[in-house]
Design a protein around this ligand. Structure first.
Ligand code: PEP
Length: 255
């Protein structure tokens, strides 16, 4: 259920997070409103999952009633930076989250680890929760450089192996779990870690039940409302809210 208040660390640790990355889609406001409205309507009675929708910047003002995130932000709060969007502006539009460091931004826009590190710091100052995408441990270390422990605790880490993004070839839950264990050795072990890469309704629950991830970052499947709603329902079914005080209760052997 959507609540008009900023998310807390406890929210992220108590319910599986399902974060939709719409990337550069859909092409019209009408389509964006329709996609958003369908997801909102069909998931309104599902309490055990926290849904965050990350549309392109331009559709943000047209959407409300589910938590919102942006897909990027700049590292300054304002100034002469043509084309950039600051965390403060996003907060003003009702965003609580921002995806940072997505591999497509490295590939197509040459975004560096240093830039991402600066973006995280500015996003935190504006009370946005960064969803930090990483493909490997080296990126994790560079992108979180100089963050205090209390700042680290405000992040969500998304493990997104590049071979799995948009390819239909997901990482197996077993392999993904190995990476989750490696991440926990580097960063505060209680930070929510989610998985992204070719998630669909068939495999979604496995990353939570079998591999102990705190949630999912869903790209392609989030543009198909029927498929995305099935992802949400399958995860909710895998972690019934009545039994769920934290994900530790959902998959106790994994922690
Ligand atoms: C993504 O782009 O973050 C992603 C996980 O994409 P897909 O689900 O399409 O692999």
């Amino acid at each position: 259920m959507w609540e008009a208040r900023p998310p807390t660390y406890e929210d992220h640790m108590q319910k599986p997070l399902i974060i939709a990355n719409w990337k550069c889609n859909p092409s019209t406001r009408e389509q964006a409103e329709h996609l958003f409205g369908t997801i909102k309507r069909e998931t309104k009675n599902i309490n055990g999952v926290k849904i965050v929708i990350c549309p392109p910047f331009v559709w943000l003002p047209s959407l409300n009633g589910l938590s919102l995130g942006a897909q990027d932000c700049f590292w300054e709060k304002d100034g002469a930076y043509t084309g950039e969007v600051s965390p403060k502006m996003l907060k003003d539009l009702g965003c609580d989250y921002v995806i940072l460091g997505h591999s497509e931004r490295r590939k197509y826009l040459k975004e560096t680890d240093e830039m991402i590190n600066k973006k995280i710091k500015t996003a935190l100052k504006s009370d946005l929760t960064p969803i930090l995408c990483i493909e490997n441990i080296s990126q994790l270390k560079k992108r979180t450089k100089d963050l205090l422990r209390k700042e680290q605790k405000k992040l969500i880490i998304a493990y997104e192996p590049v071979f799995a993004i948009g390819t239909g070839k997901p990482c197996t839950p077993e392999k993904a779990k190995e990476m989750k264990t490696a991440i926990k050795k580097i960063i505060d072990k209680d930070i929510p870690i989610i998985y992204g890469g070719s998630v669909n309704s068939q495999n979604a629950a496995d990353y939570i039940k079998m591999a102990g991830f705190q949630g999912l970052l869903v790209g392609g499947a989030s543009l198909n409302p029927a498929e995305f709603i099935k992802v949400v329902k399958n995860v909710a079914r895998a972690c019934p809210v009545v039994e769920l005080r934290s994900l530790r209760d959902c998959a106790p052997k994994l922690f």
